[in-house]
Design a binder for this molecule. Structure first.
Ligand code: FAD
Ligand code: NAI
Length: 462
């Protein structure tokens, strides 16, 4: 039996970041991981592999659609799927090995196996029981199931199966127009699949700024994705190498069937707590299966904490990381903090979509007076040169104080541009503060400045 200051269960972005910060703060740390490699969902079957495939397929799209217009003519690339898969695997390997290196560097013990908590202060891994003053659960999430839909990870797949298909399907049906459905749907559409997205609601990416939703859907349609909106999936039928998707249109209850080579089920994820023994410990859970924590990430059982996808809030790697650092500070006797009002969300399609803070819809509902500054990438010289003029930056500021309340971007490098606004919001900046900051020319970030100018006397280039 070994004794630790902290044992963390799960080595995803929440767990591994927490472990590193705990070690940096002088604590003796172990991290339990049941997978063969560190890094959790994000590095193994989530953020990293999906971004590798998005990158590779985007390069192909650029070659097919934009190269000739720039005078780049001649042999166009074709897809070697096996090679693309091994590029993805290499990318995963480099990242998971990187965490292993960081664990060694920070003297963090990796307890290999599935952990359970027999009682507060103890973690069981295999036959061994280890002691810990603090236990932090970072066990993450898994795909949510859908009634009538049986996943076999071959023809009816979750994101995990979709990241390792044996070949590129001719026809793919995606259930759910959320982040996973649109990112992975984009990958296969660019690689030549006919992709149809079936969505229960009338708009894609629920919760997002309505104007962005419309522009985003229009752009994806131009890229060849088809959408069936307001459609409730009833069941899927798996026929070895093909599948059928049965759905009902909500407006008239009419029944329809779609054929597919592969069906991707992307209707959300749920917390993963299996085998931890939380029931017996009396750890309080929400109706949605999330572990309940207080403002310091501690559960109702003293000494047991939880962070990341397994608790409430957006299921995002950077949210889990921030909670990992903050919980580490907390158990080290310091004061950890996460500003939940300034957590950006990014969809890594092309163009990218990014948001932070309030939407117009949120503010209307709250009766909060606001103003909007908007600027199209069509007015941005760099974007025009790069065939990236589709999309806009929209900044929302308080009507009276001019304080920035939120921002919504669809366009080139949106996922990077959003952070300028995050920093501004952390400092309580006004739109004018952004507008008065010199921005280098020619950069995409000039569009952010122009949107900030549009909150005041108006943009220059529109
Ligand atoms: P996880 O990353 O899920 O890690 C939990 C780990 O705990 C797992 O490795 C699991 O094996 C281990 N574990 C669980 N129980 C036990 C146990 N009892 N004993 C031992 N080990 C255990 N987010 C983004 O911010 N950006 C993205 O681009 C992005 N892309 C995504 C793409 C896909 C396809 C998917 C599925 C998700 C994506 N996400 C993205 C979401 C992101 O992956 C999660 O929000 C993030 O991984 C959550 O981190 P976590 O540490 O809470 O849990
Ligand atoms: P999601 O919650 O983003 O989207 C699910 C979609 O499915 C919604 O549009 C919903 O209305 C729809 N839906 C639900 N039931 C349905 C039904 N029966 N029929 C048709 N449509 C239905 O969930 P998703 O895409 O599975 O992603 C899970 C999590 O992973 C998200 O919370 C996201 O934060 C995270 N993620 C983040 C990424 C990023 O940051 N770029 C990338 C991929 C995942």
């Amino acid at each position: 039996m070994a004794s630790y200051d902290v044992i963390i269960i799960g080595s995803g972005p929440g767990g591994y970041v927490c472990a590193i910060r705990c070690a940096q703060l002088g604590l003796k740390v172990a991290c339990v991981e049941g997978r063969d490699t560190l890094g959790g969902t994000c590095l193994n079957v989530g953020c990293i592999p999906s971004k590798a495939l998005l990158h590779a397929s985007h390069m192909l799209h650029e070659a097919e659609h934009n190269f000739a217009a720039m005078g780049l003519v001649g042999k166009s690339p074709s897809v070697d799927w096996k090679k693309m898969m091994s590029y993805k695997e290499d990318t995963i390997g480099q990242n998971t090995k990187g965490i292993e290196f960081l664990f060694k560097k920070n003297k963090i013990d990796w307890l290999k196996g599935w952990g359970a908590i027999p009682e507060a202060g103890k973690v069981k891994v295999g036959d061994e029981v280890h002691e810990a003053k603090h236990i932090i659960i970072a066990s993450g999430s898994e795909p949510a199931s859908l009634p009538g839909v049986e996943v076999d990870e071959k023809t009816v797949v979750t994101s995990t199966g979709a990241l390792e298909l044996g070949k590129i399907p001719k026809k793919m049906v995606v259930i759910g127009a959320g982040v996973i459905g649109l990112e992975l749907g984009s990958v296969y559409a660019r690689l030549g699949a006919e992709v149809t997205v079936v969505e229960f609601l009338d708009a894609i990416t629920p919760g997002m700024d309505a104007e962005v939703q419309k522009t985003f859907q229009r752009t994806l349609k131009k890229q060849g994705l088809k959408f069936i909106m307001g459609a409730a999936v009833q069941k899927t039928e798996s026929l070895k190498t093909k599948a059928k998707v049965h759905y009902k249109l909500r407006k008239d209850d009419s029944e329809h069937v779609l054929d597919a080579d592969v069906v991707l089920v992307a209707t959300g994820r749920k917390p993963f707590t299996e085998g931890l023994g939380l029931d017996a410990l009396g750890v309080k859970m929400s109706a949605r299966g999330q572990i309940e924590v207080n403002a310091h990430w501690e559960t109702n059982v003293p000494g047991i904490y939880a962070i990341g996808d397994v608790i409430d809030g957006p299921m995002l790697a950077h949210k889990a990381e921030d909670e990992g650092m903050a919980a580490a500070e907390q158990v080290a006797g310091k004061h950890g903090h996460v500003n939940y009002g300034v957590i950006p969300g990014v969809i890594y399609t092309h163009p990218e979509v990014a948001n932070v803070g309030m939407t117009e819809e949120n503010l209307k509902e709250a009766g909060h007076a606001y103003k909007v500054g908007k600027f199209s990438f069509m007015g941005n010289g760099r974007a025009k040169a790069n065939f990236a003029g589709d999309g806009f930056v929209k900044i929302i500021a308080d009507k009276d104080t001019d304080r920035i309340l939120g921002a919504h971007i669809i366009g080139p490098a949106a996922g990077d541009l959003i952070h300028e606004i995050c920093v501004a919001m952390e400092f309580g900046a006004s739109a004018e503060d952004l507008a008065m900051t010199c921005h280098a020319h020619p950069t995409y970030s000039e569009a952010v400045r122009e949107a900030a100018l549009a909150c005041g006397d108006g943009p220059i280039h529109m």
